[in-house]
Every structure is written in structure tokens, then in C-alpha cells.
Design a protein around this ligand. Structure first.
Ligand SMILES: *Cc1c(COP(=O)(O)O)cnc(C)c1O
Length: 377
């Protein structure tokens, strides 16, 4: 029997690593069912998670029933067909492509494979939570460079930050949650400022929404010219409408980087329906582009609507808007929840007055705009 001294020591010293006990929780947002239950509502407008409101390509739906016959078998552990298709769309060898259970899993694999305690990671603030959480889980020090007051990347501060020893530079372009975009010239300057041993990770979860802008950085073209290690992250969760299936991918600088990540990957990390659906979605570029066109046009309407109410909306190259409100964003989010509308209030220090609102179907956006107007902020 342990005595009372060792019992109280155990209480003060949890068994897990200190990096884990101090870790902030990722805010995954509320599900529709949870909001229905909590507020006794039926119709929910879900604008909190940046999904594609039009869902996946009809090609995905058409092939869906046939998958039932194959549910008894393990998926292809190497996801050969999907990696082959991704490689040919992106013009590189499939040995440099890795797929993950969502691109968030690949962020975790990068942290697990590359980061040791005390190593320095440069990212931005506010940022996608996992860009900070997974490095900290490994004991790395995270240096988050705040965005400028006009809600754009602070390029000078970023260039300064990477001049000190940096193991990993990781950020999303376009940014989540701000929505801002880094140009090719700016990315080139940032890459040039990085020491040669820095692993550069550009998370392009929203690239499809920004691609039309000729200034948007073509990270692959820029990084291919470098003799250094890099990873570009992409996902099927946003523009391709497959968030439920959990599938994303990485393009890597070399077979060596892909192999390193593959070494720490769970053997069957992506499931069969997700692999098949991702291939079908990737093959229907026209459908995806049509979703983008509709969302970009709605984005303009939502941003203008919110601005006409006197709110500051950050310029955005994504499928969401980041808006500053004159009350704590948490209050706004709670008021909207009572009306069945889910948005994402930003809970980080200095950004408590900002909310991220995804672009939904036109009718959902109407509901949102009407509700915000009624609240007369
Ligand atoms: C949504 C998002 C992801 C995660 O995508 P999954 O493929 O669904 O895991 C990654 N990075 C950023 C910046 C995102 O916004």
C-alpha cells in the first residue's frame, strides 16, 4: 500500500509528461446535434468549421453504396491509388506524397518525427491551434509572430523571427483564422531568410479559394527550387467537401522526408471509403471549382453585409470571414447559438473580440446576416 505521502506526490505529479499536462485543448467547435439538444432547436446553420456547404462531388455519392461490399477488408495501407492520383495532379512522384487522417494528422506526424524538446518553432498568431499544440506536445518552444494590426502577415517580424535558430517554420497560407494571403514575393523572401536546416511547412488547407489570385504564392513552385526540406499540406475537408471522412495529404521536398513521416505513421491511418472518395473528388475538378465560385461570391456578399453594419471584416482569401465585433465574441456566439447559428468566437488573448464565420449556403448566410443585424451590436 502506498503511504499518504506518496499518494499526495502522485496527485501533484501526474503520470503523463509535463508537456502534455500543460497543453491547451484544441477547440473543435460544437456539433449540430449538440446545439439541437442544448437549445431544443431543429434547424441549425453551421458556420463554425469552414466546411463546404455544397458537400462532395456527385461522383463521390454515386460510388458510395458500392463501398459497402468491401467494408470487411483492411484498406490499402499505402493508399497507392490515391497517392498516385495526387502525384499526377500535382506533377511530382508518388514517393513524395503522404496521406493522412486529415491533414491535421500530418501536422502531428511532422511534430513527432522532427521536433525534440527545446527546439524552436516559428508560426503566426492567431493561428490554426494544432500548429502550436503538436509542437508543444513534443516539448518544442513555439514563437508565434502576431499578425499586423491591419490583419495581414507581419512579414518583417516573420523574417526576423526565422533568423534565430529555427527548426520548423509552419503557417497556413491563406491564414486560418485571419483569412489573409501571402504573396509569392513575400514567401520567397521568407524562405530566403530561413536557415538552411529549417523545415518549412506551408499548410494550404484553403488554397483552392485563393488560387484565382495571381499574387497568391505558388508554394510548390517556390519550394521546388530550394535544396532544403519542406512539406506542403492540403486537405479534402474544405473545398472538396469531405470533412467527415478525414483525409488530407502532404507534398514533400524529397522521398527522404516522405519516408521519415511514413515511419511514424499508423499503418492504416486512412480508411478505404476516404481513399476512394478522395480519388473521385479529385477527378471532378469542375464541381470543386463551381463550389469555389459560389462560395467566393457569397463571401463578398457576407463581408459587405457585415461591413454595412459597421463591423471590421479582415480581407479574406478563404471560405470564411474574420470579423471584429464591439462586444466579446463569445457573447455574440452565444446569442447566435440561441438562434441555431454556430460560429467560432476566437478565444485567444487579444483576439477575444474577433469571430470566425464560415460562408454557408445563400439562405444560411441570409439567416446569419439577419441575426447579426437584429442584435444591433
Ligand atoms: C481545416 C484545417 C486543417 C485540417 O484539415 P483536416 O484535413 O480536416 O485535418 C488543417 N490546417 C488548417 C489551417 C485548417 O484550417
Amino acid at each position: 500500500m502506498p503511504d499518504s505521502v506518496s499518494l499526495s506526490l502522485l496527485a501533484r505529479h501526474p503520470l503523463c509528461r509535463p508537456e502534455v499536462s500543460g497543453l491547451p485543448r484544441y477547440n473543435a467547435g460544437l456539433s449540430e446535434d449538440e446545439v439541437r439538444r442544448r437549445y431544443g432547436l431543429h434547424n441549425i446553420v453551421k458556420l463554425g468549421s469552414n466546411e463546404n456547404p455544397y458537400g462532395p462531388s456527385p461522383n463521390v455519392i454515386a460510388g458510395w453504396a458500392a463501398l459497402a461490399d468491401r467494408l470487411g477488408r483492411y484498406p490499402d495501407a499505402a493508399a497507392e491509388k490515391l497517392r498516385h492520383d495526387i502525384a499526377s495532379v500535382n506533377g511530382l512522384e508518388s514517393s513524395r506524397v503522404l496521406v493522412g487522417n486529415g491533414s491535421e494528422q500530418i501536422i502531428r506526424l511532422i511534430a513527432e518525427a522532427y521536433l525534440s524538446p527545446g527546439e524552436r518553432v516559428v508560426t503566426v498568431r492567431p493561428a490554426f491551434g494544432l500548429h502550436e499544440i503538436y509542437p508543444r506536445m513534443m516539448g518544442a518552444e513555439v514563437d508565434a509572430v502576431p499578425v499586423s494590426s491591419d490583419a495581414t502577415f507581419d512579414l518583417a517580424a516573420l523574417q526576423d523571427a526565422v533568423k534565430r535558430p529555427t527548426k520548423l517554420l509552419m503557417f497556413a497560407n491563406p491564414s486560418n483564422p485571419v483569412g489573409c494571403m501571402m504573396t509569392g514575393a513575400a514567401l520567397q523572401d521568407l524562405v530566403d531568410a530561413c536557415p538552411s536546416h529549417t523545415l518549412i511547412v506551408v499548410d494550404e488547407a484553403y488554397r483552392e479559394y485563393a488560387e484565382e489570385d495571381p499574387d497568391y504564392a505558388d508554394a510548390q513552385a517556390i519550394l521546388e527550387k530550394q535544396s532544403r526540406s519542406w512539406v506542403i499540406l492540403r486537405t479534402f475537408s474544405k473545398a472538396y467537401g469531405l470533412a467527415a471522412l478525414r483525409i488530407g495529404y502532404a507534398l514533400t521536398s524529397s522521398v527522404e522526408v516522405a519516408k521519415t513521416l511514413d515511419t511514424v505513421r499508423d499503418p492504416f491511418n486512412t480508411n478505404m471509403p476516404a481513399q476512394v472518395a478522395a480519388c473521385a473528388a479529385l477527378a471532378d475538378d469542375a464541381y470543386m471549382k463551381d463550389c469555389i465560385r459560389k462560395t467566393v461570391s457569397e463571401r463578398k456578399r457576407v463581408a459587405e453585409g457585415l461591413r454595412s453594419m459597421g463591423l471590421f471584416v479582415a480581407p479574406t482569401w478563404t471560405n470564411f470571414v474574420f470579423v471584429r465585433v464591439p462586444v466579446p465574441a463569445d457573447h455574440l456566439a452565444t446569442e447566435l447559438l440561441k438562434r441555431g447559428i454556430i460560429i467560432k468566437p476566437w478565444k485567444e488573448k487579444r483576439f477575444e473580440n474577433w469571430a470566425r464565420i464560415s460562408i454557408g449556403l445563400p439562405t444560411e448566410n441570409d439567416t446569419l446576416l439577419r441575426a447579426v443585424a437584429d442584435l444591433a451590436l
